[in-house]
Design a protein around this ligand. Sequence first.
Ligand SMILES: *Cc1c(COP(=O)(O)O)cnc(C)c1O
Length: 382
Amino acid sequence: MNASLEKLVAQLDQNRQQFSTPCYVYSIEDVANNYRKLKEKLGTSLIYSLKANSCLDLIVRCGHIFEDGIEIASVGELNLLPRGESPRYINNPSADKSFIRAAIASKCTLVVDNLFQLEIIREFQGKRPIKPLILRLNPSTLDQFVEPPAGTRKDHFGLSWKDAIRALETCKEHGLDVAGFHVFRGSYSFAKLANSTAQAALKIVEIFEDSLGYPLSLVNLGGGFNSNWENENFDFDQYRSLLSEFPSHINITHESGRAIMESAGYFVTEVRYVKSIEGRRYGVCNGGMAQNFLLAKTESAFKRFSQPLILREGSVVKPEEEAGSCFLVGTSCNKEDVIGEVKGFDVKPGDLAIFSHCGAYNASYTVAPFLSLPSAKSYLME
Ligand SMILES: *Cc1c(COP(=O)(O)O)cnc(C)c1O
């Protein structure tokens, strides 16, 4: 058991009534450690991608941790965030005029997804100060510089190469400053693609600087880190030496959501009833897919359910050999609402199921209220 889980178990034992289940519990210490470890390994800046977890209390308490900035993808997220000192980037293909206006007004850096957004930004020119722009490049723009990786899926984010060149011309012609560019090749892609991304980015820096006639200040190489990136055997020394080839006037950054948040969050739900149908045992919980959609694994072909820790009257229940197993189910009337599996014993009413690795996307990627079910509360571990 790691330190934050041990702490959570102790707090649930001592102050059971302080936690209303179902709930998420986040460890600020884990967020800080995850952020610092990854940033140190990369040797670059590291931007936090807010959509992974936008719990307000947590973000406010983590403001000082995310020293290199936060990336925001919606007006909702923008309004949620208190104004801090660290940079904020807004980035969304569908960002419209009112979102862009709000972003400029609150001094965000705009990441331009398409030429239409650039036209909107031009309308605000001269009316409000606009921070130097970042151009978001579609991953396909890299393929002319490095061998395109087999089996990568196309996506719709950012500018095509042709549009990127036009964007540079427009910016130059109208005196819109460009800080640099941003490319993101998708979640989980880092170990496989980071080196080729950096190699292509080196060439793109030259082309951008030639075209603009002034030096860039920022290159965002994306991310796509697994939450267990430390066990992937990626050669960070070699990667850092590749990054040292970038001109020293450029601030290199990466961005991450999952690797910073996933292991820092727990989901806790209480078993209400236990029943058996045709030999299959179920623990019916007070939380399920309506509060933690990802646990139901609706998007995987072969479901391997998470195995929560079970806390009974303050102690962790230990599995016994040969004993049965049961499925934990939620509250939603949806037959997909199976959120976990307990092996080696049967759960009992009143047991608490603690799911680890629920800090990224579990709360934010849970669909809007269904059956008017209550949403999960959120707590911070002290
Ligand atoms: C969602 C997103 C991320 C974060 O992805 P993780 O897999 O959570 O690290 C980073 N960059 C962009 C552009 C994104 O849209």
